[in-house]
Design a protein around this ligand. Structure first.
Ligand code: HEC
Ligand code: HEC
Length: 499
């Protein structure tokens, strides 16, 4: 290369353009940036205070190993597990080898697939157990691959199942077997936990787990106390009641879990999570989001409360956290590559093309005022809407982008949890054709159900997440479009599917 440059210089031509690309990596754990990232909680005194930077950077970095696909029972090539066991452990993420932006994005895909724990929650035997597949719908590709998890060789001769990679929750297999990375995931994660690691859990362990995951001791709503008091068997049942695409993430609620968002289109989104608990100013905030949600947020202080703590108050020493991911961290380069990768995700080709019916639907969309909150081209105003029972503080109108009128959906997730800001964000309508269930709790399976006025009735059977020991309940609020004629409604839905 040096020789070529000098030859070209000798010819009087400008040197070839530099192909190397130097990333400017923001510092993930920066106190000011973390502060700017947080929307205050509905009770601002309980807004989280995250671990200090010296704690965060004292954690060991996660090496990323070469990994191998998981096959459903009966679909594994002959001798597959023996073959993997014979492979040497190999570290595949090495920033020193990355030259171009495309290299960094490709490396980000490895981070997206990289487990943060091994054999910890779901084990090799679990995903090779035909019983699991007989009892739960675990989507697979036409090749029999289960694209939500990967096998890893950590030491010679030993194969582990990688757990809780981004890919486990943010991968969707469409009905035709296509895998859409980053889409609303459809691995039935919580139901799988109920059948595997949580099964047979003692009551005491359930109490600890439920406090760690869902504790919000300042909230007086009964769902918080009910969750903490669940026995082991009830906890298993509550996890088992959560369908694919909905997930009781830490800091939310076992009884009001959020649906998994679609990460395709993240670049244009100003708030993260259903409750908009984090602001998104750029790639640094994606890095912060990934670091926080893959372990760190259980070590934050909410008032005096620390979730991942024996006594609920004392933070464990660095590396001693019990929650998955709380004892290690991604490197700065890994987080940056991951952010670039997420920003690069694109939707699958849309089979729903414009037609006279969708043109009519678009006209209904305009006429019904949907665009007030879901304006094109993003089909979201990117604003927060207050839930019933929350008064928007004056300061918030200055610091955040708030549409001061709420839509009347169930307020529990926004008012009673560690992610509860008092708001739901206006979701984008792009990609609704390949996702679902819809609404912040994933209460309805399809768009047809979302626009069905019967969902407002107390005797409605939600077609998505119902609840723990709940058979019937209303899915209230967001009454827009419910009273359209059947033809207009069908046209509106046809239009939405083209987005
Ligand atoms: C155990 C399942 C799980 C894992 C693992 C997981 N996520 Fe998520 N993720 C969720 C759920 C559930 C939500 C929605 C939370 C909410 O709305 O309160 C979410 C929300 C998000 C959001 C907010 C997007 C939006 O528009 O609101 C981003 C960004 C995100 N996840 C990225 C990641 C990345 C990157 C990783 C890996 C580092 C990851 N997630 C790992 C389940 C998971
Ligand atoms: C006043 C603002 C507002 C208007 C007007 C509005 N929406 Fe929404 N929309 C929201 C909010 C906020 C949510 C999220 C509610 C929740 O999750 O609790 C939402 C959710 C949705 C969803 C579910 C998306 C998902 O990912 O779960 C669809 C679909 C939708 N709206 C379509 C429409 C259509 C079509 C119209 C017009 C008939 C409309 N909206 C009018 C604010 C609005």
């Amino acid at each position: 290369m040096a020789l070529m440059m000098s030859v070209m210089a000798a010819c009087g031509r400008p040197p070839a353009p530099e192909t190397a690309w130097t990333p400017e990596i923001p510092r993930t754990w920066d106190a000011d940036a973390l502060h700017a990232f947080e929307v205050p909680l509905a009770d601002p005194a309980q807004s989280p205070v995250h671990v200090p930077a010296d704690y965060y950077y004292a954690l060991p970095e996660r090496p990323i190993y070469k990994s191998y696909p998981v096959y459903a029972p009966g679909r594994e090539p002959d001798g597959y597990m023996e073959w993997i066991a014979a492979q040497p452990p190999e570290i595949v993420f090495d920033p020193a080898t990355l030259q171009t932006e495309a290299d960094w994005i490709a490396a980000g895909a490895l981070v997206f697939e990289a487990p943060i724990a091994y054999d910890a929650i779901i084990r090799v035997a679990d995903l090779r157990n035909p019983d699991l597949y007989a009892r739960l719908h675990v989507p697979t590709t036409p090749d029999g691959i289960v694209p939500f998890a990967r096998y890893v060789v950590l030491e010679p001769g030993k194969v582990a199942l990688g757990n809780v990679a981004c890919a486990m929750c943010h991968t969707r297999v469409l009905d035709d077997g296509r895998v859409v990375t980053g889409a609303q995931g459809n691995f039935p994660f919580d139901a799988v936990l109920g059948m595997t690691s949580l099964r047979g859990m003692p009551d005491g362990a359930a109490g600890f787990l439920n406090r760690l995951l869902f504790g919000a001791p300042w909230v007086s709503h009964p769902s918080v106390a009910t969750t903490e008091a669940l026995t082991g068997a009830e906890t298993v049942e509550a996890f088992g009641a959560i369908p694919a695409g909905v997930l009781a993430r830490q800091g939310t609620s076992l009884l009001h879990p959020p649906r998994v968002p679609d990460l395709i289109g993240l670049t244009d989104r100003r708030y993260l999570d259903s409750t908009g608990v984090n602001r998104h100013h750029g790639i640094g905030d994606v890095m912060r989001y990934a670091a926080l949600n893959q372990g760190m947020d259980t070590l934050s202080q909410y008032g005096p409360f620390v979730p991942d703590s024996e006594d609920g108050r004392t933070r464990p020493a660095p590396g001693q956290g019990q929650f998955t991911g709380a004892s290690s961290r991604y490197s700065e380069a890994q987080l940056y590559a991951l952010g670039l990768y997420l920003y690069s995700l694109t939707p699958p080709p849309n089979p729903h093309q414009p037609s006279p019916i969708t043109a009519r639907g678009q006209e209904v969309f305009q006429r019904t005022g949907c665009a007030t909150c879901h304006p094109p081209p993003l089909y979201t105003s990117n604003r927060l809407t207050p839930v019933d029972g929350f008064d928007v503080p004056d300061e918030a109108l200055a610091t955040d982008d708030i549409h001061p009128v709420g839509v009347g959906t169930d307020p529990a997730l926004a008012l009673t949890t560690r992610r509860g800001t008092g708001y739901y964000k206006v979701p984008s309508l792009k990609g609704v054709w390949y996702r679902g269930p819809f609404e912040h709790n994933g209460s309805v399976a399809t768009l047809e159900d979302w626009f069905d006025p019967r969902r407002l009735r107390d005797d409605y059977v939600p077609t998505g997440y119902r609840g723990f020991r709940v058979e019937r309940r209303a899915v209230p609020g967001h009454r827009f479009g419910l009273d359209l004629s059947n033809e207009d409604k069908a046209a509106l839905i046809a239009f939405l599917k083209t987005l």
